[in-house]
Structure formats: C-alpha cells, structure tokens
Write a protein that binds this ligand. Structure first.
Ligand code: AMP
Length: 369
C-alpha cells in the first residue's frame, strides 16, 4: 500500500515510520527542503496548491491523508476526484475555521464555551456585552499553538486586543476557568468501526503543548465515556476515516469542546510506547482500510515536548523508562523539535516518579535564541 501525506512535519515523519513494519510506504508533499518527514520517506517538494505536485502525489499514492489541517480545502477536493483521501475534506473545512467548528459542535449537542462571531467593531462591543469578561479574542483561521489570540480581562485590554486583531474575521469566546485541559483521540475505520484512546491530561505553556499525562489521572469513567461519545458523534457525522483529536476544557463536571484536529495529534505521541497500538499506526490502518488496533493503554505515560532544542540523548536516556524521539529539525525558539515519553507500570509509580521527571524535562523553551 502507498500512502501520500500532505505535510512533511514530525507528524508525517511518525506516520511514515509507523508504516514500515506494515509494509506501507509513504510519500510526503511539503514545500521545505529540510522537511522532518522527508528524512525518512519519499518527498515531493511543492506547495499545497501546486496542482502539478498534487498530481504527482496522486500518481504515487493508493490513498492520501494529511498531517496538518491548514491544507487548502480546494486541493483536498481536487485530489479526492483522483484518489481516495481521508479524513474527508469536509473535516478540514470544519476545523480550519473556529466559528464553523464551534457551531458544528453545537449542532451535534457538544457543549462549548460561549462564543460570538466578530468582524465589525460594533459586533465586538455587542459580543463583549453578551459574553462578559474575561474573554478570549481569536482569529477564526490559521491560529495554532496560541498564535492569533488574546486574553481580555479589562476594558483597556479589550481596546488593545481590537487594535491587534481587529479587521479580520474573529471569534470572541468566554474565558473558561478550567480545572484542566483534556483531549481525546478516536479513530474510525473505512468500515465505520470506531476505537477510542483514554482521555489525556494536557498542560500548555504560552499556547504550546508542554506535557501530556495518559491516561488522565483521577478521571471518572463517566467523563471518559462522555468524551468518547462526543468524539464518536463527530466521526459519524463527518463519515470520518482516520484519527481525530478533540481538545476539551474540564470545568468541574463540565466538558467543553475547545477545538478538533482532523489528524494525529501531539497529545497522542505517548501512544507509541504507552498504548497497544500507536495513533500513527491506527491512522494508517484506518485510511488503508485495515482492521484497527486496540487503543487501551499499556501502563501510565508522561510525554514532554522538547521546545526550541532537544536535550542530549545521553541525558534523556539516563532514565531507563525514557523513549526519546527527535524530529530532525534545527533548533529554533517555540519550535517542537522532539519529545520524550516515560512509562510507568502503575498510577502510583507514575505519581512517585513524575516530580523527578518533571524536574528534568519540564523545562522552559531552550531555543538557541
Ligand atoms: P487554542 O489555540 O484555541 O487551542 O488555544 C490555546 C490555549 O489557550 C488552550 O490550550 C488554552 O490553554 C487557552 N485557551 C484558549 N481558549 C480558551 C478559553 N476560551 N478559555 C480559557 N483558556 C483558553
């Protein structure tokens, strides 16, 4: 089986690596010469709206997928006329626009923070009056890792936020005083079978995922089931194939949907060592029409991202529980360049070891600048 991947970052790299044992060969389309995935699989160098490059990818693939959600929907639809493409382009369309996405959640009965569409100044004033402070003003499109958003706590901050972001299609959301952030990853096969990983607890810093704990500690079974049920509504509604991630705010007993990613996700990296089947393998199984693998965890995992710069392997691997993943990317501030997953046999072992792991791996951005 030959799989084409739109995007050649670390997610594409880890998908390609998961393909080898299954006899699946991947080709990535990516504009950059030093693409992380291109170091481990075939590479077509081109932009995502370069139809010649897209044509080449279709020629080299039995099925095409994506590793990032800002692929132009038009390109995905163009490809869909030539080669099977999963997840469906409609999933891209929904996740590319925060307003469309939150409205979509609402139509499926999935709770979200309060939100309002804002383009004109008077809409901003109305939305502030309706939603109240604190609130978060975000661009509707092309925001990721906390970019394109401002938290507003005062009237003066509202003015500054408008100066910074005003004039573009925006969304104002109520600020959720969440207890913690969670995510759920679910996968749906071409035959409609659905499998779900346990809830993951995520910590962000400056909008970038910093640490994931899986399964999320102290989680009521009911909460896990609810997250899985919501994810399954999304998968079924979109006739989705592949891995989907949904990020949540937990506020007491409430689970509020923040956003979804129609792809493998950073909060699922722990599944490489911490689950029966990794998210990358299950994504490939799904898009290739193969049976899905078990999603249940193997022990308890902590995943730390390396932001800016990777720690020397010799330091990381002093921890016998550590599994190091480097992405072959040059160091740069705020850039995800690798991760480490540490696995414990029991929740108690994780609790005992986490302080020491955190002392070493819970580090600030170590970019060269
Ligand atoms: P996003 O790009 O929407 O995933 O936002 C990045 C991070 O900002 C989230 O992971 C949260 O930590 C924080 N955040 C975003 N929206 C809200 C909100 N409505 N209330 C509280 N925190 C938020």
């Amino acid at each position: 089986m030959r799989v084409g991947i739109l995007g050649g970052g670390q997610l594409g790299r880890m998908i390609a690596l998961a393909g080898y044992p299954l006899g699946i060969r991947c080709t990535v389309l990516d504009p950059t010469a030093e693409s992380s995935a291109a170091q481990v699989c075939d590479h077509i160098r081109g932009e995502f709206d370069d139809f010649q490059a897209l044509y080449q990818l279709a020629q080299k693939s039995d099925v095409v997928t994506y590793e990032f959600e800002n692929v132009p929907v038009e390109s995905a639809r163009w490809l869909a006329e030539r080669v099977p493409i999963f997840p469906p382009p409609r999933a891209l369309e929904v996740s590319q626009d925060r307003l469309v996405e939150k409205t979509f959640f609402q139509t499926l009965g999935i709770p979200t923070p309060p939100f309002a569409a804002v383009t004109e100044r008077h809409e901003f004033d109305n939305a502030l009056a309706e939603i109240g402070l604190p609130a978060v003003l975000k661009t509707r499109r092309f925001g990721y890792d906390g970019k394109g958003q401002v938290v507003i706590r005062t009237r003066a901050a509202a003015e500054r936020a408008w100066e910074k972001l005003g004039g573009r299609p925006l969304i104002l959301e109520g600020f959720v005083p969440f207890d913690r952030e969670l995510s759920v990853l679910a996968v749906r096969g071409r035959d409609g079978e659905i499998a779900t990983y346990p809830l993951v607890e995520n910590e962000h810093r400056d909008g970038i995922l910093h640490r994931s704990l899986a399964p999320a500690g102290d989680t009521a079974e009911e909460l896990t089931e609810r997250a899985a049920e919501y994810a399954s509504r999304i998968l079924t509604e979109l006739d989705y194939v592949g891995v989907l991630a949904v990020e949540w705010f937990q506020d007491g007993p409430r689970l509020l949907a923040n956003e979804m990613a129609p792809r493998v996700h950073n909060s699922g990296h722990w599944t490489i060592e911490g689950a029966h089947t990794s998210q990358f393998e299950n994504h490939l199984r799904a898009v290739c029409g193969l049976p899905l693998g078990r999603c249940d965890p193997v022990g308890w995992s902590a995943m730390f991202n390396f932001i800016g710069n990777v720690s020397p392997a010799a330091d990381v691997l002093k921890f016998t529980e550590a599994h190091l993943h480097t992405y072959g990317k040059s160091p740069r501030p705020a850039r995800k360049v690798g991760h480490v997953t540490l696995r414990a046999e029991t929740a108690e072992e994780l609790r005992d070891k986490l302080p020491e792991w955190s002392r070493v791996f819970d580090r600030p951005d170590q970019g060269p600048g």
